[in-house]
Design a protein around this ligand. Structure first.
Ligand SMILES: [Zn+2]
Length: 487
C-alpha cells in the first residue's frame, strides 16, 4: 500500500519534466537575423504619392464594370508618373481596369513569384461620413498618419510594392526570379473581372508560381491574448464561403382567419431552430493550433507551458477560445443566419418563406459538406435547401510553413519588425488570391500593416489610416522580401 503514493509522486515528477521539456524546446531561440538598415526614403515624397492615390475615389461596383472608369484611369496615370523606373523596366498589361506587371528575372529556371494588391476601394457609408476625423478621400497627413479610404485596404500595399521596386531599380538590382505584380480593380466585389481573368490568362501561358502573396493577416499588437510583443501572422489558409437558402413552400396559403396547423413561416423557423441547435462542433487543431504553438514562447507563464503542451491542454484551450465570438470562429465552420423573408400583409398567409444562412468553411471541409450538414440538421423534406453558387468558394489548401517562400517572408518580417513574433494563421475573410491557387505552389496572406484592437474596424469602416512610420516599414518589407525571395 505504501507504493501507491510513491508511484503517484513519480508520475507527477515525470509529467512536470515532460511539460518543462516541451516548454524549453518550444522556446529554443531562433537563428539571429540582423534588422534591415532602413531604406533611404524621401519620406515627404512617398507620403505625398500615397496621399494622392487615396484622393482618387476608385470605388468598384459589382454590377457595372464601367463604374468610376475615369478614376481608375487617373490612378493608373498616377502610378505611371510616380514610378517611372517601374514603367520603363517592367512589362505592363491591362486586364480590364486591372494591371499585371512582369519583371523578368535573370534565371528562367526559377518559378516566378506573384505579389498582389488592389486599386479599388469600398464606398464610404454616407451615414457615417461625419464620424471621419479627416474627410474619407482626403489622403490628409495628420498626427503621423495618412488618412482615407484605401490608405490601408489596399492602396498601402499597392503603393509600397511599387515604391520598393522603384527603389530596387534605382539601386541597379535585377531579380533572379521573375516577379509579377497583379493590381486588381474589382477585388472588393469578388475579382471576377480582374483576378479571375488574369489567372485564366496566366494559366493559358503555362505560368506556374513559386508563391503568391496577397493581403490578409497583419502585424497584430495587443490582439492575441497573452502575447505582449507584436505578432506578425502569415495567413497560410483561408476559409471558404457559401450562403445556403432554406425555403418552405405550402399549398395552404391565403386568408389568415382560418389558418392551417402548419404555415410556411412556422415550418421555416422550426427548421432554422434545428439548424442552430446543430452548429458544427468546435475543435482546436490545424492552422489555429499551429499558430498558438508558435506564439507560446512569447506568452508568459503558465500560458507558455500550456501552448507547448497542447497534447494535454487542448480541451482546456479550446473551451477558452470557444467562449469568445472572435476566437470561436477559429475552431469550426461558422453559421450565421443573415436574411429572412416571407409574407406580404399582416392578414395573408404566405405560400413561401425563405432564409439565408452564411457559412465560413474550415480548410479541409467543403461546400458539399455544408449542404449535407444543413439537410441533415433540418431533416424535413418540406424545406428545400440549396447553395447560392454565384459567390460560393471552397476553403483554400493549407500552404507550407517549411517552403523557402514562407521562410523568406518570415525572414523579411523579422528584418523589418525585429520585435515581432512570427506565426502562421488562418484568414477568416476571403482574399482574391484564391483565384491564383491553382497556379501556385503556395499562397500566403499577409500585409505588413500594424494593427491594434481598435484598428481592425477601420478597414471598410470609418477613419481608415496608416501610420507614416508603418508605411516606411511596408516599403522596407517588400524591398527585403524581393531581395530574399527573388535572389
Ligand atoms: Zn483589400
Amino acid at each position: 500500500m505504501k507504493k501507491l503514493p510513491t508511484l503517484l509522486f513519480c508520475a507527477f515528477v515525470v509529467l512536470l519534466a515532460v511539460l518543462g521539456f516541451n516548454t524549453w524546446r518550444a522556446a529554443a531561440p531562433l537563428a539571429d537575423i540582423a534588422p534591415a538598415t532602413p531604406l533611404a526614403l524621401d519620406t515627404g515624397a512617398v507620403t505625398q504619392r500615397l496621399g494622392a492615390a487615396v484622393r482618387i475615389a476608385t470605388v468598384s461596383s459589382a454590377t457595372d464594370p464601367q463604374a468610376n472608369a475615369p478614376a481608375f484611369e487617373q490612378l493608373r496615370r498616377h502610378l505611371e508618373t510616380s514610378f517611372p523606373r517601374v514603367h520603363a523596366s517592367l512589362k505592363r498589361e491591362r486586364i480590364g481596369e486591372a494591371l499585371l506587371y512582369t519583371w523578368p528575372g535573370s534565371d528562367p529556371s526559377l518559378k516566378p513569384l506573384l505579389l498582389m494588391a488592389h486599386m479599388d476601394v469600398v464606398p464610404v457609408d454616407p451615414a457615417s461620413a461625419s464620424a471621419w476625423q479627416q474627410p474619407p478621400f482626403s489622403g490628409a497627413v495628420q498626427g503621423g498618419f495618412i488618412w482615407g479610404r484605401g490608405a490601408w485596404d489596399d492602396k498601402g500595399n499597392l503603393m509600397s510594392q511599387l515604391e520598393a521596386i522603384e527603389a530596387l531599380l534605382a539601386a541597379g538590382y535585377t531579380p533572379r526570379r521573375t516577379v509579377c505584380l497583379f493590381s486588381g480593380a474589382d477585388e472588393e466585389v469578388g475579382g471576377a473581372r480582374g483576378a479571375r481573368v488574369a489567372a485564366e490568362l496566366l494559366k493559358q501561358r503555362g505560368m506556374r508560381f513559386d508563391f503568391v502573396l496577397d493581403e490578409g493577416l497583419v502585424v497584430t499588437q495587443g490582439i492575441i491574448p497573452g502575447v505582449v510583443a507584436p505578432a506578425a501572422l502569415i495567413g497560410i489558409a483561408q476559409k471558404g464561403y457559401v450562403s445556403v437558402e432554406l425555403a418552405a413552400q405550402v399549398t395552404a396559403a391565403g386568408h389568415s382567419s382560418m389558418p392551417p396547423l402548419e404555415s410556411a413561416i412556422g415550418l421555416l423557423t422550426k427548421a432554422l431552430a434545428r439548424l442552430q441547435a446543430h452548429e458544427a462542433e468546435t475543435h482546436l487543431d490545424g492552422v489555429p493550433a499551429q499558430m498558438l504553438e508558435r506564439l507560446g514562447p512569447r506568452m508568459g507563464f503558465p500560458a507558455n507551458v500550456v501552448m507547448a503542451n497542447l497534447w494535454l491542454f487542448r480541451p482546456l484551450v479550446a473551451d477558452k477560445l470557444a467562449a469568445a465570438d472572435s476566437t470561436r470562429a477559429q475552431l469550426h465552420t461558422t453559421m450565421a443566419l443573415t436574411m429572412i423573408e416571407g409574407g406580404v400583409a399582416d392578414n395573408v398567409l404566405p405560400a413561401r418563406a425563405r432564409a439565408l444562412a452564411n457559412f465560413r468553411i474550415m480548410p479541409g471541409e467543403s461546400v458539399q459538406g455544408v449542404l449535407a450538414h444543413v439537410r441533415d440538421a433540418v431533416n424535413d423534406p418540406r424545406i428545400t435547401v440549396s447553395a447560392q453558387t454565384s459567390n460560393a468558394a471552397e476553403p483554400s489548401r493549407v500552404s507550407s510553413t517549411d517552403a523557402p517562400a514562407y521562410r523568406s517572408i518570415e525572414k523579411s518580417i523579422r528584418e523589418v519588425f525585429p520585435q515581432a513574433a512570427v506565426a502562421p494563421g488562418l484568414l477568416m475573410a476571403h482574399a482574391d488570391a484564391a483565384w491564383f491557387e491553382p497556379l501556385a505552389d503556395n499562397v500566403y496572406l499577409f500585409s505588413p500593416v500594424r494593427a491594434g484592437p481598435a484598428d481592425t474596424a477601420r478597414v471598410h469602416g470609418v477613419n481608415e489610416r496608416i501610420a507614416l512610420s508603418n508605411y516606411a516599414e511596408m516599403i522596407s518589407f517588400y524591398e527585403r522580401l524581393l531581395r530574399n525571395a527573388a535572389g
